[in-house]
Design a protein around this ligand. Structure first.
Ligand SMILES: Cc1ncc(C[n+]2csc(CCOP(=O)(O)OP(=O)(O)O)c2C)c(N)n1
Ligand SMILES: [Mg+2]
Length: 417
């Protein structure tokens, strides 16, 4: 006996785990921690898929297109060329719109902009599976939902410039659109609030015996908010008609997806613990996005309840015009993202199928650029953020409350508007 007392559990210094991304600025990009699977490998489940059977779908990756533009597997069946061409055109227009608005922000024409560069397929592909009357509770990165429906891009720009023609008359920050007739619920800048609201809207549809379904949207980072869990509890208990979309674009401003738990389990697989079935899908593969969305829409419409979809994609641009990603991630990451670019992949597929020529594609891009240039000039002629030609101050008080409270009425009187 030497008198040594072995340490007890109480004496071991405890530590926290703080996940780190695979690469920081200056490092070579590394996506070896993600298993991307193979195009065509994942079958199509029955529409009444239960959470208990969904683990293989939540932990693999549904892909249709391979890297050479060929379509594979059950999910490729029944996709019409017209729909794919429509999707391509909407994605090209969305990208042209974004490029024009990023430039406008740099020129001081507006204060702030968020583009969806590299993620165009998810919003566009799903919207093409929904119908009039359904409701999206989008994030700020699904402008494609409006653009694919031919919502006037001039109105979007007027909103971004907060000028007199802004459809929201200055009540929202630039890019926080609202378009009820286009199934686009007012955007919220407070992360994750759309999620439980979407579930509530879908519950109302079920309570009323309606035929409309909801589509909820959230980013990987925002799933760490308590609202995500609150929405999941209600979705799992009442089984409303809803598609629960998580767009995992690897980043939440400068926090990588591991900080929201993405290294512990797939975001899709978390849903299974709530009893809500889930699928994980290549979000840069338009064919997969649209096919899985159709399946989910039909499931919800037939009354089989909620389903969660994790879309795997990559945020190729900065988070917003206020962000500089070269400070926190390898600059080449976006160029070597193994799932490629959604527009180029769909273009290559359609060219290979003989439905599009290189010249058609070039014309499509040029037409979109010209459309956005013209619309921007018109919006600018109406007014820019802060140039004194904005909406009247009276609109702070109008169309917000059906019965304005007395304190607002007295404020309006004092303001003389
Ligand atoms: C409640 C709340 N917290 C923080 C923010 C600031 N913020 C805006 S976007 C963002 C990152 C969101 O990342 P993610 O959910 O992954 O969506 P992404 O931007 O990648 O599309 C943060 C932290 C906010 N708007 N609301
Ligand atoms: Mg993100």
């Amino acid at each position: 006996m030497d008198g040594h007392v072995p340490p007890t559990a109480d004496d071991v210094p405890l530590r926290l785990t703080v996940p780190e991304p695979a690469g920081r600025p200056g490092d070579a990009p590394d996506f070896s921690h993600i298993d991307f699977g193979k195009a065509g490998a994942t079958p199509k489940p029955a529409l009444d898929l239960a959470a208990a059977e969904a683990a293989p779908f939540a932990n693999s990756l549904i892909r249709v297109l391979d890297n050479d533009g060929n379509a594979h597997g059950m999910w490729a069946d029944g996709l019409e060329t017209d729909t794919l061409l429509k999707g391509l055109r909407a994605m090209v227009r969305t990208r042209a719109f974004d490029a024009r608005m990023v430039k406008a922000q740099r020129q001081g024409k507006t204060s702030f902009y968020i583009q969806c560069l590299g993620e165009e397929a998810v919003g566009v592909g799903q919207q093409l599976a929904l119908r009039q009357g359904d409701m999206n509770f989008a994030t700020y990165r699904q402008q494609g939902i409006l653009i694919v429906q031919d919502y006037p891009v001039l109105d979007l720009m007027n909103q971004i410039y907060s000028n007199e023609m802004d459809p929201l008359q200055g009540r929202q920050l630039p890019i926080l659109y609202s378009a009820k007739d286009y199934g686009f619920f007012t955007l919220s800048g407070n992360l994750a609030t759309q999620w439980p609201q979407a579930v509530g809207w879908a519950m109302a549809s079920g309570i009323k015996g309606d035929t409309k379904i909801a589509s909820a949207w959230i980013g990987d980072g925002a799933t760490a908010e308590g609202d995500w869990h609150a929405g999941m509890v209600f979705a799992s208990v009442y089984k409303p008609p809803i598609i629960l979309n998580i767009v995992n674009n690897q980043w939440a401003i400068s926090s990588f997806q591991g900080i929201a738990g993405g290294l512990s389990a797939t975001f899709a697989s978390r849903s299974l613990g709530y009893g809500v079935p889930a699928l994980r899908v290549d979000g840069n593969d338009f064919l997969a996005v649209h096919a899985v969305s159709r399946w989910a829409v039909e499931r919800a419409r037939r009354g089989y309840g909620p389903v969660l979809i994790e879309w795997l994609t990559y945020r190729k641009g900065a988070h917003s015009t206020s962000d500089d990603p070269s400070r926190y991630r390898p600059t080449e990451e976006g160029d070597v993202w193994p799932l490629g670019d959604p527009i180029h992949r769909l273009r290559d597929h359609l060219v290979k199928a003989g439905a599009l020529s290189d010249a058609d594609y070039t014309a499509m891009v040029e037409t979109a650029d010209e459309e956005m240039r013209k619309a921007e000039a018109e919006a600018e002629a109406t007014g820019l953020v802060g140039d004194g030609r904005g909406a009247s101050a009276k609109h702070i008080f109008t169309q917000v409350y059906a019965d304005p409270p007395a304190r607002l009425l007295s404020q309006r009187q004092k303001a003389g508007v």
